[in-house]
Every structure is written in structure tokens, then in C-alpha cells.
Ligand binder design. Structure first.
Ligand SMILES: O=P(O)(O)OC[C@H]1O[C@](O)(CO)[C@@H](O)[C@@H]1O
Length: 560
């Protein structure tokens, strides 16, 4: 799709309203006039009808949840990106509801996490939901095959413990029918994963958690009503956010810094995917910066602007920060939810705003053309590994630290010493750049905390934006932007030793560690191929200790 940027501030109110009206009526002309592209986009606009489509399904979803409630203590929701981030947000925002099964999202292939689930859950009392629109996502299918076999090995008939959520006719649907899954729910084929929060992808988990679906949809409906083209543009809640984002983008301020009340933390991950995968392509992008520690205005570069999502009654949390930012002339929008159910309304606001931004920026907000680069490389490395028993990679060894590392051709250094490399990596960093720290490690709060501190260190010394992502989660989110968006990102990928040979993925002859490593190394090579500076650091089994020593190395290397 050819980019043609339309600045909303230079368009008439009528033109803007007409564009929004097209989106809301499912007309792909809002985005393109090219016939093939139009055809594809026409099959991606079903989310605008989410409320009317889902209302008649409330009783079916609630009845199923009642059935599950009686028979299971635990639900493990397996999925990636659009198939998991909104369920993850709901689980954290609402927490466990009395009488309903514990709800856990599994969106990783990390060997430690897989082992923990095996140790902690009773397979007999666990329902696995296998959520994949395409029905082909490798992490999700691997989880499904692995736990299916565990049940078989334990002499439990697995079918009654599995539910699929997938597109009609997908390979997963066929397999689920053949193998006798308890239930198959359909993902709407005309809605992409990241726009699916108000479909079965969000409402099935909401029902299973015991939430009020009627209330959820009413909140969503209110936001649709507050976003209709008939309203004056500046009072249109979604359109106004789109204009705010696009105008900053046009002025070279491309770092949308999203801060939230700590209770809404995981909702920001859902927004992050929506913004990054929808708008980060064709060498442009709006870069969502999520999960940084709030800092004083001096640590932020001029490429930043801010959105805060908070809860009514807790407005004082960052009041001082808001006034400091505004005083320092940073643009800041604040949204306060009266009630946690307004999170469903926020989905509408952000989906509409991001789609509108795509229309203004001249990008197709419904594809993810660069995600495939890593998938291809991962497949290559895994097939090499299956043939030879080894990955085609040799790390340099930093003798002082005993840590392995690699760097892409784009990050040239003379001596293979990690400290020299890190120093150079940051010296070459442009002020408008950003750093992505990408950790193929267990997604746990302590590690997130460690990386938050590292981000604060980097930001403090370089005044740059920092992004963090656990792998492989980020591959289904910001990974698109990293490879397809602006060239201003540089990346550090972290992996660790610790293959668990017993964790064989059935039918694949590889372990979860092998898969995770191949994805990390695959992304390293994909980023290198896309000319993004990237370092791959391979930690030892005791990675927590290695990370502490690395922090010191970064601290030293970042001294001016
Ligand atoms: O629901 P699926 O088909 O398993 O895909 C999961 C995620 O993977 C991606 O396609 C990226 O790989 C996302 O866009 C999507 O949300």
C-alpha cells in the first residue's frame, strides 16, 4: 500500500467525518483505493459490529462458563499476541472472582514456565483453551500437543479438557473436531487478532472468569456512541485520540508513552500490540513506550508525548508528574475509568483511534508483513537443528564475565569484548532513537523489575525511549514495528542456557528451549537483515546472577 499521509489538522471536519464514517460502516476505501488491498481490508473490519454481534451470544457463553465452573479448578488460556493479551489484561484487572476457576494465560514457550505449570496444576481439574485465529501459531500448538500428551500419559482422556477458539475451517478446528475437544468456539474470520477484544477472544475469557458480559458490552456500546461521525469532531472520544497521535507523528514526535495506574498495567500491553503491529510498517511507525518507570521531565526527549490511563478515585497517584510534564510543555492526555468495566470501552476507543491513524498515515492497520521474517528464520534454524543436533551459531565469549554474545554486522566493533560493544552500541545511538530490550526469559515480575531498572539507567544516561518485551510474546506484538517500522531502534536480545531435554514437543523432536532459542536467534538474524543494530547476549543457567553483573557492565559502558 502506497503511503499518503493526510494531516487531520489540514482536513476539513467534513472530510474527517467522512473517513470515520467509512471505517464504521466497514468500507475499506477509508484506507486505500487499490483493488487487491481493498479486498483484503474489507475482510478485516468486522470488529466495528462487535457489540451487535456479541449480544445474542451472551447466554451461550455464560452457560458454557457455568458448565466449566462446576467441573474445573483451573483454566489455562494458551495463545499469543491478539489471542492472549486482552485475556491477560482481564485476568489481572479483575482478579479471581469467588467460585470461578483460577485463570492463567500461557503466552510463552519458556521451559521454566512450562515446568512450573506441570508441577502446580492438577491436569484432571484443568481446562486448556487453545486460542489461535490462524490455528497455526507454533507456540500455541506446541503447548496444546505437550499438555495433551501429558494427559494421555497420565491415563486421562484429554478431549474433555480442551477447548479451541479458532477461525472456521482452520487446521486447529479440524484437529479439534477429529480429536473430540469439549468445544470449539469460532474466532470471527473478518476480525484480526489485535482487534478481537470484543469478540469471543475477550468475552469467552470474561465469561469464564465470571464477569458481567452485558455490562461489558454496554460500556463498549457507549464508546461507539461517543465516537459516531455525527458528533462534533473535537468531542468525538476516539477520533480526537487519533488526531492527537497523528499530529504528533507528523511533527516527528513518534514515541507515544503510555502510563497507567499499576492496576491497569497489562492493558497497556494490549494497546502496545495494537499500536505497534498496526502502525509500525513501511519504515514509519508510532512507537508505543509502555512499562517504563515514570521519571521527571528532564529524562524525556522531545520526541515524546504521553497518554495516562487511570482509575477514578486514584487520580492523585501521579498528579505531581502530570503537572511537571505539562509545565515542561509535554503533551499529555489523561483518561480516568469510573469503573473497571470501562476497559471494554477503552478497547473501542483505541481500536477506532488506531484504525483512523492508519487511514491518516497511509498504512494498512490490519496486516503485519514483517512478522513472517522471524518465523522463516526460526523454521530454518530448527530444521538445521533437527538435522545436525546443533544450531548454526557460535557466540563470542566475554572471558571476564563468562557470558556469550553476538553482534550484527551493523554494530561493528574491533575487539569482541562485550563491554566495548555495549559502549559503542550506545555511543552510536541517535537522540531520537529507542532501545528495545528483548528477554527470552520467564515472564515474571522480578525480571520485569530488573529490566525496568535497566531501562531507567539507559534513559537517564541517553535520554532515549526504552522498550521492553519478553520473548516470544513481543514477536507477536512490537516485533512487527522493530523490523518494519522506522530505522531508529536498536536491540539487545537475551537468552540463557538451560535446555530441559525431557520437555519434548510431541511430533517435533525438539524441546521448548530449542523452540525458544530458535525464535530468539531467528529474530536476531531477522533484525540484522532488516539493518537494525542488534546484540544477542547468551546468559548462563544462573541467569539471574549474570544479569546483575550485566547491569554493572551497562552502567560502566553508559558513562559519558
Ligand atoms: O491467533 P493466532 O493466529 O495464533 O496469532 C497470534 C498472533 O500472531 C500474530 O499473527 C503475529 O505473529 C499476531 O498478529 C496475532 O495476534
Amino acid at each position: 500500500m502506497k503511503s499518503r499521509i493526510r494531516r487531520p489538522s489540514r482536513m476539513s471536519e467534513e472530510e474527517k467525518k467522512a473517513l470515520l464514517a467509512k471505517i464504521l460502516t466497514g468500507d475499506p476505501e477509508a484506507f486505500t483505493t487499490e483493488a487487491t488491498e481493498k479486498e483484503k481490508i474489507a475482510h478485516r473490519l468486522g470488529w466495528v459490529k462487535a457489540v451487535e454481534r456479541m449480544r445474542p451470544k451472551i447466554s451461550e457463553l455464560s452457560a458454557f462458563a457455568e458448565e466449566v465452573k462446576g467441573g474445573f479448578e483451573e483454566i489455562i488460556w494458551c495463545g499469543m499476541g491478539g489471542s492472549s493479551l486482552f485475556p491477560l489484561a482481564l485476568a489481572e484487572i479483575f482478579g479471581p472472582q469467588p467460585g470461578y476457576p483460577r485463570f492463567t494465560v500461557l503466552d510463552t514457550d519458556d521451559p521454566e514456565v512450562i515446568a512450573r505449570i506441570e508441577e502446580e496444576v492438577s491436569l484432571e481439574k484443568t481446562l486448556f483453551v487453545i486460542a489461535s485465529k490462524s490455528g497455526t501459531t507454533v507456540e500455541t500448538l506446541s503447548q496444546y500437543r505437550y499438555f495433551w500428551k501429558k494427559l494421555e500419559d497420565a491415563g486421562i482422556e484429554p478431549g474433555s479438557k480442551f477447548v479451541a477458539l479458532t477461525d472456521p475451517g482452520s487446521p486447529l478446528e479440524k484437529e479439534a473436531q477429529e480429536k473430540g475437544f469439549l468445544r470449539v468456539f469460532h474466532h470471527p474470520p473478518d476480525v484480526g487478532g489485535r482487534y478481537a477484544a470484543l469478540t469471543e477472544v475477550g468475552l469467552l475469557p470474561a465469561a469464564l472468569m465470571g464477569l458481567d458480559l452485558e455490562k461489558a458490552l454496554s460500556k463498549a456500546e457507549e464508546m461507539f456512541e461517543a465516537s459516531l461521525p455525527e458528533l462534533p469532531w473535537e468531542y468525538n472520544l476516539s477520533a480526537w485520540l487519533a488526531e492527537f497521535m497523528t499530529e504528533h507523528f507528523v511533527h516527528g514526535k513518534d514515541k507515544l508513552t503510555i502510563m497507567t495506574d499499576p492496576l491497569l498495567r497489562t492493558f497497556a500491553l494490549w494497546i502496545e500490540q495494537l499500536v505497534a503491529e498496526s502502525l509500525g510498517k513501511n519504515f514509519v511507525g508510532i512507537i508505543p513506550v509502555v512499562g517504563e518507570s515514570p521519571g521527571s521531565p528532564t529524562v524525556y526527549g522531545p520526541d515524546r508525548y504521553f497518554v495516562y490511563i487511570g482509575l477514578r478515585g486514584r487520580e492523585n497517584l501521579y498528579r505531581r508528574l502530570f503537572s511537571d510534564l505539562r509545565e515542561a510543555d509535554f503533551a499529555l492526555k489523561t483518561y480516568f475509568l469510573e469503573d473497571r468495566y470501562e476497559i471494554f470501552a477503552e478497547c473501542v476507543r483505541w481500536e477506532l483511534a488506531v484504525a483512523l491513524c492508519g487511514a491518516f498515515m497511509g498504512v494498512n492497520p490490519f496486516d503485519e508483513p514483517d512478522v513472517v521474517r522471524t518465523k522463516q528464520k526460526t523454521r530454518e534454524f530448527l530444521s538445521e537443528f533437527k538435522k545436525t543436533g546443533e544450531f548454526p551459531v557460535e557466540f563470542y565469549l566475554d572471558e571476564a564475565l563468562g557470558i556469550g554474545f553476538l553482534y550484527a554486522e551493523t554494530t561493528k566493533i574491533e575487539y569482541p569484548r562485550l563491554s566495548a560493544l555495549v559502549k559503542k552500541f550506545f555511543q552510536e545511538m541517535p537522540p531520537w532513537g529507542y532501545v528495545g530490550l528483548l528477554a527470552f526469559l520467564p515472564p515474571e515480575p522480578e525480571l520485569e523489575e530488573f529490566f525496568r531498572d535497566l531501562r531507567t539507567l539507559i534513559r537517564g544516561r541517553r535520554q532515549c525511549s526504552t522498550i521492553f518485551g519478553f520473548g516470544p510474546r513481543y514477536l507477536h506484538s512490537t516485533g512487527q514495528l522493530f523490523k518494519g517500522g522506522t530505522l531508529s531502534g536498536r536491540f539487545v536480545i537475551f537468552t540463557r542456557k538451560g535446555r530441559r531435554p525431557e520437555q519434548i514437543i510431541p511430533g517435533e523432536d525438539i524441546t521448548f528451549w530449542d523452540l525458544q532459542f530458535a525464535q530468539a536467534y531467528g529474530d536476531f538474524r531477522a533484525l540484522e537483515e532488516a539493518k537494525r543494530p542488534v546484540i544477542h547476549i547468551h546468559l548462563g543457567e544462573n541467569y539471574q546472577e549474570d544479569l546483575k553483573r550485566l547491569y554493572d557492565l551497562f552502567e560502566e559502558a553508559l558513562r559519558l
